[in-house]
Unconditional design. Structure first.
Length: 459
């Protein structure tokens, strides 16, 4: 809010080229606040702001910007300015930026790095795209078991300034193999002559450099850590992954699942940065599949054409029936997919899930069926809309709702489990897909119940 209120003043200072006043305005700002401000001013002015910031502050602010703004600034800033920002950036944040750029641009930017930073960047980019290696930073503090607490503090003062997290201190042997991790507060409350080996319990958690990012998310969630060490196949400590990096992975995963659940392919870029034609392509595939699926609904309606011709009143309740089934199925699918994502249920729990959803669906169906019956009875008391056989029609709607809602709930809950068993992403059992499937089966249930209860009267 502070940044937005100062936008007119900052824009005026930029127009006047009063850069000294701008430096005074930004002297006490945090990187996150500056990044928020940059999002509120024209892109052409963003480069001007960056040029007056000290290099460390510019690099920290750059890390908070979205990818689209970062790309624009790289084009707008001069070669030396870009070099300063890239060299000051945290290695993991720099890797996240570089892996989103074309190969030619990456090569040019890597050439702007210092020899040490270039080696770090090329090493990180050499790991598989979705691996933990792309997330980690090589800036950490490692100590030896024979060091004293006083030695550790001296080591931190000399080498710990660049590390992203000092919450954990890592213990390695002479080969660099990870053998333990110790929380900082253990050192803070120990005497200076106590040795690191006396604080060790050899009980630590680590990530492997080649494992998938999604597995890192599960490890962080399970052990509630702020950072985790990353080792290679031989156990050599290579770097650390911090919680902020994992939160970015979680956001990307949740975004992808939400897109899939809404019935479209996951977007690779932010909504505003996605080209229009790409947006259409992402949405068209599922829409075509769902459209073809809905054609089956028309086919089902045609199959019961004679029943509808004899009892036109039945057609009045078709939207009510199929929407109730689709809604209950979407609810169940949402609950199960989220529970699977959080590890609350697994494939082994399928029977327990089926039993619970069968009972839940039946109870919900009875509730909606009762409301439907009361509605038809109330209308029939004041009008002849449903004719003399209103009671049978009310029973048909009520029993159909019980069946359709129960079936929708059961289908919505079981489909994610079936997809996971087949090796597919459960999120692809999207709400529109479940609704389309239940629409067709809901019509079959509705008209079958009508044929049974209305035979000899309306049919």
């Amino acid at each position: 809010m502070l940044g937005k209120s100062l936008v007119p003043e900052i824009s005026e200072l930029i127009a006047k080229r009063d850069f000294n006043a701008l430096r005074d305005v930004f002297s006490d700002w945090y990187p996150g606040e500056l990044a928020e401000l940059l999002g509120d001013i024209p892109q052409d002015d963003q480069a001007i702001v960056f040029r007056i910031l000290p290099a460390p502050l510019a690099a920290d602010t750059f890390e908070y910007l979205d990818l689209d703004s970062q790309k624009h600034l790289l084009k707008a800033l001069g070669r030396e300015e870009v070099s300063g920002i890239l060299n000051e950036m945290a290695p993991d944040d720099r890797t996240a930026l570089l892996e989103e750029l074309p190969g030619g641009a990456v090569r040019q930017l890597v050439e702007l790095l210092s020899p040490d930073e270039r080696k770090i960047a090329t090493n990180l980019l050499g790991y598989p795209e979705d691996s933990v290696g792309r997330l980690m930073t090589p800036d950490y503090v490692a100590v030896r078991p024979d060091m004293t607490v006083g030695d550790v503090f001296e080591h931190i003062r000399n080498f710990g300034r660049e590390t992203e997290s000092l919450n954990m201190i890592y213990v390695v042997d002479d080969r660099g193999k990870l053998i333990d991790d110790i929380r900082m507060h253990e050192f803070l409350f120990s005497t200076m002559d106590k040795r690191v080996s006396d604080l060790m319990d050899s009980n630590y958690v680590h990530l492997t450099v080649t494992e998938d990012k999604s597995q890192a998310v599960e490890v962080f969630r399970k052990h509630a850590r702020f950072s985790l060490p990353v080792v290679n196949s031989e156990g050599i400590l290579l770097g650390i992954v911090t919680l902020d990096d994992v939160l970015g992975v979680v956001e990307a995963q949740d975004t992808e699942d939400i897109h899939k659940f809404g019935g479209l392919e996951a977007l690779e870029y932010p909504y505003s940065a996605t080209p229009l034609l790409d947006m259409v392509k992402k949405r068209a595939g599922w829409l075509i599949v769902l459209f073809i699926g809905e054609m089956l609904t028309a086919t089902a309606m045609g199959y019961f054409e004679d029943e509808i011709a004899k009892a036109v009143v039945l057609a009045l309740f078709v939207p009510l029936i199929i929407s109730s089934g689709g809604n209950s199925g979407s609810q169940a699918a949402t609950l199960i997919i989220r529970a699977m994502a959080l590890g609350e249920i697994t494939l082994k729990d399928w029977w327990r899930v089926m039993r619970r959803e069968l009972i839940s669906g039946a109870l919900l169906g009875v509730l909606l069926g009762l409301i439907g019956f009361i509605r038809i009875a109330a209308w029939s008391a004041f009008s002849n809309l449903y004719g003399e056989h209103w009671f049978l029609i009310a029973l048909t709607v009520s029993f159909s709702l019980v069946g359709v809602v129960t079936w929708g709930t059961l289908s919505g809950s079981m489909l994610p489990l079936v997809l996971r068993r087949l090796g597919f992403d459960p999120a692809t059992s999207s709400a529109p897909f479940v609704a389309t499937m239940v629409d067709v089966t809901g019509l079959l249930i509705y008209f079958s119940v009508g044929a049974l209860l209305l035979s000899g009267t309306l049919l």
